[in-house]
Design a protein. Structure first.
Length: 271
């Protein structure tokens, strides 16, 4: 069992008490803020033609809440296209903006591709609003399914500046309880900010937790075996952190029977 007094590193850019920090507080864990990336909107002129042609698409598929925010802010009302979401967090962001969700994947690009394959997208036009660092997995998969795909950058992921000296102090004292990653970019930027030696030392002393398989693979490429949350949500990531602090498997019923059951319901597709 790890020391519950040791804070959990949050690499997302978020206000204290919100997002993952808020979820950690709700399960009794302290957050240590090391935001390594910021999200900025793409310049409106760079995707003006896409907005003007929005009603020519049969599908719009979202793989992040950031893309939801960017597109819904730019459009006065939901378009006629069917809407796909990569998982429950993205679907929730759409519902909060008043947009329906016609299809939801089980998490990750491959899960969404499987759901779209069942729905049938051959010969249809699909818009994928994405970030500047989005992987080509979804677009390439949709093309293989016979769809005509436009991947449009609607927000940019940029590096932010850490107080590296303070971070290295935490690493030297071995005072970090766990390190969370909610995107592959967070892995890349934390390693870049700390340097390979301190990054390796940090994740030798403290477990790494990834929100999904894509982020876990980014860590694996650096020789780090991460715990992957049971669902691609911040709540699931926080529960995985609590399970590690309790010394039980994050996916086991012993971690939190009620929460695990709730997560199973949350991860089921809904409309």
């Amino acid at each position: 069992m790890r020391d519950a007094a040791q804070p959990v590193v949050v690499t997302r850019a978020e206000a204290p008490g919100s997002g993952l920090s808020g979820e950690l507080a709700r399960v009794g864990l302290a957050a240590l803020h090391w935001p390594v990336i910021n999200i900025e909107p793409a310049a409106p002129d760079t995707w003006r033609e896409t907005r003007e042609a929005i009603d020519t698409f049969d599908w719009i598929v979202f793989t992040s809440a950031h893309a939801v925010e960017a597109l819904t802010d730019a459009l006065p009302s939901p378009p006629r296209a069917r809407i796909g979401a990569v998982g429950p967090s993205t679907a929730e962001a759409l519902h909060e903006r008043g947009w329906r969700v016609d299809l939801m994947g089980s998490g990750g690009a491959h899960g969404l591709l499987g759901a779209l394959a069942e729905a049938g997208v051959r010969g249809q036009r699909v818009l994928h609003p994405a970030g500047s660092r989005a992987l080509p997995t979804l677009s390439a998969g949709l093309q293989q399914l016979g769809a005509t795909v436009l991947s449009c950058v609607v927000y940019r992921t940029v590096a932010s500046t850490l107080d590296v000296g303070e971070c290295r102090g935490w690493i030297a004292r071995r005072s970090v309880g766990a390190v969370t990653f909610a995107s592959p970019s967070a892995v890349t930027e934390l390693e870049h900010a700390l340097g390979e030696r301190d990054f390796s030392q940090l994740l030798t002393d403290a477990p790494a937790l990834a929100i999904g398989p894509t982020t876990a693979r980014q860590l694996a490429s650096r020789g780090v075996t991460a715990v992957t949350s049971s669902a691609p949500t911040l709540r699931a990531l926080a529960l995985a952190c609590r399970a590690l602090h309790r010394g039980v498997s994050p996916g086991s019923p012993e971690a939190d029977p009620e929460s695990v059951a709730a997560l199973g319901a949350e991860s089921r597709p809904s409309s």
